[in-house]
Ligand binder design. Sequence first.
Ligand code: DGP
Length: 233
Amino acid sequence: MSQNGVNTAKHPGRGAFVLFEGVDRCGKTTQSQRLVQHLKGKGVDAELWRFPDRFTAIGRMIDSYLTGETDTDDAAVHLLFSANRWEKREAMLAALRAGRTLIVDRYAYSGAAFTAAKNLPGLDLEWCKAPDKGLPAPDAVIFLAMTPEAAALRGGYGNERYEKEEMQREVARQFHLLADDRWQTVDAARSVEDVEAEVRRIAEDAVACCLEGAPLRVLWAGDRTLQHLFSSP
Ligand code: DGP
């Protein structure tokens, strides 16, 4: 029933929401993919999600902004990124209710950190957080810590809008201001296997807590929870 802290038996508890955050090229994609495979191998119903979801109508606008095809006002594009998360909220809740664990590559912390990193008048970190308040909060945030310089050495940045060392340095600074009680910093400069071992431990703990019925919290809203949505009929 229980291996390495993960209970794989059928249970009335909900799925866990495990989030990866970090600067570009810190290894989120590799680690999130490996984690899903690992959890599935242990009999956990797990699925990989990624924000921005570039395949919705809003996501296509975001994609065109990121690739430089279009220019959009900074405040407006910030709200598009947030809307892209809100449009997935119902599906996210339904999956968690069905007992599915979601491993999510970026979410509202990236939303706040990337816009705040632009240091634009009026768009401070509190303003940046506001539109995402009320979304489901992650049960664990795995912050893959890596300096932008080290990240740049990993094959270099691509050509998208934010893939520049100076921007990434400011994003890292903003991320540190966003660390909360669900936040776990993992040194991502180590080998894939070492990072993975720590990631597994954090995720398995979250899965176990949620199986036992840990309430899903509301993002950036203190102790508010969404537990009423998870009660049995
Ligand atoms: P990715 O598909 O994970 O490589 O993300 C694309 C880029 O968009 C990356 O540089 C991070 C940035 N990004 C992700 N989410 C948000 C967001 O909500 N707001 C802003 N401004 N940028 C974001």
